[in-house]
Design a protein around this ligand. Structure first.
Ligand code: B4P
Length: 190
């Protein structure tokens, strides 16, 4: 079973690349951002709670996203593997993911970390904000906060996976196709 953690700061291309990898390797794509946005669209209690954090560029509480991923893993028990996009985002979430996957005897295969310069991240998100309707993509100060939260709470996960020899940095600058090829070549070696 192939379990890939696709990692990187906001705007690094996780969602974009996950679509290619999912098709190439026949994986289930689990994006916590997408799952949360569908809860917001459905105006559920969870969605209303999550929106308060997402609108400010803050992380949604660990227990909420861990619970969502746990249910998705159960729902897709016969999958060939998963691509985790935007999860884990804290050490607590990474530990929970290890525990959930170990229960099935199928650990994380590798963490692929997209590396992109800060100004490029901001440009990409503002560009998406013109059409996405996402309030967290239209305001530079909120984008800056998302990047700061990433540096403070999420970037330490690189050490977490490096300690398990599962950390693979990938150049995330360039065309979508070139980056997809870099990721594909890496995944084939996992
Ligand atoms: P996400 O939905 O994960 O948003 P993101 O970090 O911005 O990544 P995304 O996948 O959308 O962007 P991508 O890099 O693909 O999270 C949103 C919010 O949800 C978080 O801030 C948080 O509040 C909450 N949340 C989600 N998961 C959570 C968790 N685990 N714990 C707690 N809270 C959580 O792409 C960005 C843009 O760049 C796209 O428009 C794309 O077209 C463009 N792009 C991609 N590659 C490009 C390239 N090579 N060249 C040019 N443009 C490119």
């Amino acid at each position: 079973m192939l379990n890939i953690v696709l990692f990187g700061p906001p705007g690094a291309g996780k969602g974009t690349q996950a679509v290619f990898l999912k098709d190439e390797f026949n994986l289930i794509h689990l994006s916590t951002g997408d799952l949360l946005r569908s809860q917001i669209a459905a105006k559920t209690e969870l969605g209303n709670e999550a929106k308060r954090f997402m609108d400010k560029g803050e992380l949604v509480p660990d227990e909420v996203v861990i619970g969502m991923i746990g249910s998705q893993l159960k729902e897709n028990a016969s999958a060939k593997g998963f691509i985790f996009d935007g999860f884990p985002r804290t050490v607590e979430q990474a530990k929970a993911l290890d525990q959930l996957l170990n229960e099935n005897g199928t650990p994380v295969s590798g963490m692929l970390a997209l590396e992109v310069e800060k100004q490029e991240l901001i440009d990409r998100l503002l560009e998406r904000g013109k059409t996405s309707g996402r309030s967290d993509d239209t305001d530079v100060s909120i984008i800056e906060n998302r990047i700061a939260v990433y540096n403070q709470k999420t970037a330490p996960l690189m050490n977490y996976y490096e300690a398990q020899s599962k950390y693979y940095p990938v150049n995330g600058m360039g065309s979508v196709e070139d980056i997809a090829l870099r990721l594909k070549m890496l995944v084939e070696k996992l």
